[in-house]
Design a protein around this ligand. Structure first.
Ligand SMILES: NC(=O)c1ccc[n+]([C@@H]2O[C@H](COP(=O)([O-])OP(=O)(O)OC[C@H]3O[C@@H](n4cnc5c(N)ncnc54)[C@H](O)[C@@H]3O)[C@@H](O)[C@H]2O)c1
Length: 252
């Protein structure tokens, strides 16, 4: 008997997307909902979540992923609201650009707090629920986690940490049926560059230069990455510990 091409999907899967206010996180939310999932949408920005109010399949929640107490309460509230948690997408992230001579200790600390500590705190808070649903964790890394870069070493290092946490957690949690995968997006026009303090001109120069160096000769769209994230979150398959470049070939 031949096996179906896609692994069986359970109905109405439910999970948390961090950084769901904008960019790649918001694209994930929409792709997940399009595929029948329900999403507890976390972001530290109230404003970015405001348009989600009133949607039956989405519960917006203001959460700073670096604050363990707030994350713990949000995890309890999400579980109470939906009754189960099948996936977490760790998408909230920060960017830092600049040479070694210029970065401040405070900016490096703040970067690692969001990208590495935030991913840890959120996953830890949701872990009992994910174990009981034999769920899926998807961490958003970056193509620069796989290919060194001269202009944003600390950001690349923070995302390399996210990629390696993914592999280590896959080993740790596999025996309990929890899958852990990561996507490593290439450059994608979102708010992250401006939030990191780049001017519009610096952002467009960076994205143009990166596009010229990418084998597929274009930067990403948030949906390019969101589709793979949804696949890892929703398909109950035999994949774990993968860090998948979604970058037009940039990491080659
Ligand atoms: N845009 C790119 O080129 C690119 C490339 C590779 C990886 N990524 C990664 O993709 C992820 C999403 O980034 P994006 O490009 O969509 O940027 P974005 O700025 O549009 O989205 C990031 C979201 O995270 C939220 N956030 C930031 N810090 C938070 C915190 N402490 N607690 C809760 N929410 C917080 C922001 O409010 C924002 O809504 C990030 O992890 C980023 O590092 C982006």
């Amino acid at each position: 008997m031949s096996a179906p091409v896609l692994a069986p999907r359970r109905e109405r899967l439910t999970g948390v997307v961090t950084g769901a206010g904008t960019g790649i996180g918001r694209a994930c939310l929409e792709v997940l909902v399009d595929h029948g999932a329900r999403v507890d949408a976390w972001d530290r920005s109230d404003e970015a979540l405001a348009d989600l109010a009133g949607r039956e399949e989405v519960a917006p929640r203001t959460v700073d992923v670096t604050d363990a107490a707030v994350v713990g309460s949000a995890a309890s509230a999400a579980l109470k609201h939906w009754g189960r948690i099948d996936f977490v997408i760790n998408c909230a992230g920060a960017f830092l650009v600049g040479p070694l001579a210029d970065v401040s200790a405070a900016s490096v600390r703040a970067l690692f707090e969001v990208n590495v500590l935030g991913t840890t705190v959120v996953t830890q808070a949701l872990l009992p629920a994910l174990k009981s649903s034999r769920g899926s964790i998807v961490n958003v890394a970056s193509s620069v986690a796989l290919k060194p870069t001269a202009s944003n070493a600390h950001y690349a290092a923070s995302k390399a940490a996210v990629a390696h946490l993914t592999r280590c957690w896959a080993l740790e949690l596999g025996p309990e049926g929890v899958r852990v995968n990561s996507v490593a997006p290439g450059p994608t026009p979102t708010a992250i560059y401006r939030t990191a303090g780049m001017s519009a001109e610096q952002e467009s120069t960076l994205l143009r230069e990166r596009a010229e160096a990418i084998p597929l000769r274009r930067v990403g769209d948030p949906v390019d990455t969101a589709r793979w994230i949804a696949r890892f979150a929703l398909e109950d398959d035999w994949t774990t510990g993968v860090v998948l470049p979604v970058d037009g070939g940039m990491a080659l």
